[in-house]
Design a protein around this ligand. Structure first.
Ligand SMILES: Cc1cc2nc3c(=O)[nH]c(=O)nc-3n(C[C@H](O)[C@H](O)[C@H](O)COP(=O)(O)OP(=O)(O)OC[C@H]3O[C@@H](n4cnc5c(N)ncnc54)[C@H](O)[C@@H]3O)c2cc1C
Length: 581
């Protein structure tokens, strides 16, 4: 099947929908492998940061400062400036589109505290995160989906994109499989945007939805686009023990505290000023240290999140969903009992490199790939550097999703469709034939085995703390898994709703993301933000104040690394310095 549009957006989460709404005069298609409101954005709980100053004094420059410092200075500072400045207007845009935020008594958008967000350049916590109870992402997604329907955006639900097509040096479309029928469709466009989200499923314990398999990153990587800073992967401190489901930082924003086996609120010892509201990389590391030193609960690898002192009323009003998660998944009653938690794989700071308008750039010289855009978690405009602050992702989606949408409007007005290359579906058809084993003897490998081996290796060896030996061994395992992947044998050879096939395709994407992550992490011989190395414990600005670019090599298992300077602004307050809280 062949379809033609001005713009094709892959992904119906916050980033994709925000972009779609900027193109009222264009023909726009949004392709999504899950129903739009099931995108992972809908799981975001805590809030969206913007220096509105509704509860206390606040300024965009304080927000920018916290973002740069929180990211351990790997942040591109002009991008952080745009994030902090535009956040204010973007949040009001959501309000005007009908988002039901919690309110202050005088009717303004209510704001709560979140980790690493401070007043006056680090003096103490500030109320900056706008929220709708603990289901902010759900509200954002519902609001935007309604707006997109009103704007007549065409949705292709349950279409799995397999490949990105280029011709004459430009992006010109994608190839997708309709999951319901197994049919292959070619979508031809002037501009293509990836808003496909993250890849948390590469770890065993993760907060991410089943669909977060790194599709967009891998598809671009296979087509020669680099992946930036993939070693910077965030572990959120408070995932439900063993399950990984997130208990939002909002719990600590409202006053919840972490407790060890000795009954000590230990963050007070590590971080006297921000305590439990220190940035996530630091809090996760403190938990791991408590566990390593024998103060995990009953000597095991978890600690408690304690919200008992907040009282039943505040818990019911401000944290209804996450307290229900504790009841349902653990049988624990948070009003009377502390909740077992451990760090959980949560967020990709890295991804497809873009400039400030969401245009994908392909080398250290910032050369754009015309017609190809990315925004949201799949992208790396580098506002989060080495560690993202809580509630800064939803802002990233709406600020840079909007900028990408506006730049696509300009681009499609200035350009015609590039012609499709000959036989655009060849690569995708070949991929499906291989997996469905047409005409070949079967290899007997199972996707489930490969996936769980990968997740265990990543959780054990590419985690909050890492070192060369463990990572080399993880890489060795990964190489073996990639070879095994070529021998996958599916039980279901059918076309309709072949979910086994879908999962096998997604697993291939996930392996690519893990590959770029491990290679980048082994090479970066320093500790910075979420990348904490036991064998190089210090940050090294002389050698490593730079972004990693990982390119897929010609041969199997080959990865080429290159580096790109971090962009700083000329203001002494943002100069890289030791990160103290
Ligand atoms: C549990 C949880 C809580 C969070 N809470 C917060 C919070 O409070 N505040 C905050 O700022 N951030 C939070 N985050 C982070 C934030 O929610 C995510 O980073 C963000 O929502 C990602 O949005 P996105 O638009 O980039 O992608 P997503 O919302 O993940 O959407 C991805 C889209 O791409 C589509 N897709 C992917 N691959 C394909 C393919 N091959 N073919 C077709 N379609 C495809 C999917 O169908 C989906 O529509 C949270 C994250 C999690 C997991």
């Amino acid at each position: 099947m062949y379809q033609k549009f001005d713009v094709i957006i892959i992904g119906a989460g916050g980033a994709g929908l925000m972009a779609a709404m900027q193109l009222p005069n264009a023909s726009v298609a949004v392709l999504t492998k899950v129903y739009p409101t099931r995108s992972h954005t809908g799981a975001a709980q805590g809030g969206v940061a913007a220096a509105l100053g509704n509860q206390e004094e606040d300024h965009w420059k304080w927000h920018m400062y916290d973002t740069v410092k929180g990211g351990d200075y790997l942040v591109d500072q002009p991008a952080a400036e745009i994030l902090a400045r535009d956040a204010i207007d973007a949040v009001y845009e959501l309000e005007h589109r009908g988002l039901p935020f919690n309110r202050t008594p005088d009717g303004r958008i209510d704001q709560r505290r979140f980790g690493g967000h401070t007043r006056n350049f680090g003096e103490g916590p500030v109320r900056r995160s706008c929220y709708a109870a603990d289901r902010t992402g759900h509200m954002i997604l519902q609001t935007m989906y309604q707006s997109s329907i009103k704007n007549q955006v065409r949705f292709f639900n349950e279409f799995l994109v397999l490949d990105l097509i280029f011709n004459e040096g430009r992006a010109c479309g994608v190839v997708a499989m309709e999951i319901r029928s197994g049919e292959i469709h070619t979508f031809h466009a002037k501009a293509v945007m990836f808003a496909t989200g993250g890849y948390g499923r590469a770890w065993r314990v993760t907060s991410n939805a089943f669909a977060c398999m790194g599709d967009g990153m891998s598809i671009a990587y296979r087509r020669g686009i680099p992946l930036q800073d993939m070693e910077m992967y965030q572990f959120h401190p408070t995932g439900i023990y063993k399950v990984g489901v997130l208990l939002s930082e909002a719990a600590r924003g409202e006053g919840g505290k972490l407790l060890n086996d000795k009954g000590e609120y230990f963050m007070e010892r590590y971080m006297p000023t921000l305590k439990d509201l220190a940035p996530r990389d630091i809090v996760s590391r403190c938990i791991v240290q408590e566990v390593n030193e024998g103060r995990g609960i009953d000597g095991k690898d978890y600690v408690y999140l304690d919200v008992r002192h907040l009282g039943a009323k505040a818990i019911a009003e401000k944290l209804p969903d996450i307290t229900d998660f504790a009841r349902n998944y653990l049988g624990v009653e948070p009003i009377t009992e502390p909740v077992p938690i451990q760090p959980t794989a949560h967020y990709a700071m890295g991804g497809i490199p873009t400039d400030l308008d969401g245009r994908v750039v392909i080398d250290p010289q910032w050369t754009p790939m015309p017609g190809f855009y990315a925004a949201g978690e799949v992208a790396c405009v580098s506002v989060h550097g080495a560690n993202r602050l809580g509630t800064n992702s939803l802002v990233d989606l709406i600020v840079f999703g909007r900028r990408a949408g506006k730049d696509m409007a300009r681009f499609i007005a200035e350009n015609d469709h590039a012609p499709l290359p000959e036989n655009p579906e060849a690569y995708s058809r070949d991929m499906l034939d291989r997996l469905l084993d047409k005409g070949k003897s079967s290899g007997g490998e199972s996707a489930a085995r490969i996936r769980s081996t990968l997740q265990n290796e990543m959780n054990d060896k590419v985690f909050v703390e890492r070192e060369e030996k463990g990572m080399l061994s993880a890489l060795d395992t990964l190489d073996g898994l990639q070879d095994a992947y070529k021998k996958i044998q599916l039980q279901d050879k059918g076309k309709r709703f072949n979910t086994e096939l879908v999962e096998a395709i997604e697993l291939g994407f996930l392996l690519d993301c893990a590959e770029a992550t491990i290679h980048g992490a082994i090479a970066r011989k320093e500790s910075r933000g979420a990348h904490y190395r036991l064998d190089y414990t210090k940050r090294d600005d002389t050698n490593w104040l730079k972004h990693t670019l990982a390119y897929k090599g010609e041969k199997a298992h080959d990865v080429r690394l290159d580096y790109k300077d971090v962009v700083l602004v000329d203001d002494p307050i943002f100069k890289p310095k030791e990160r103290k809280y």
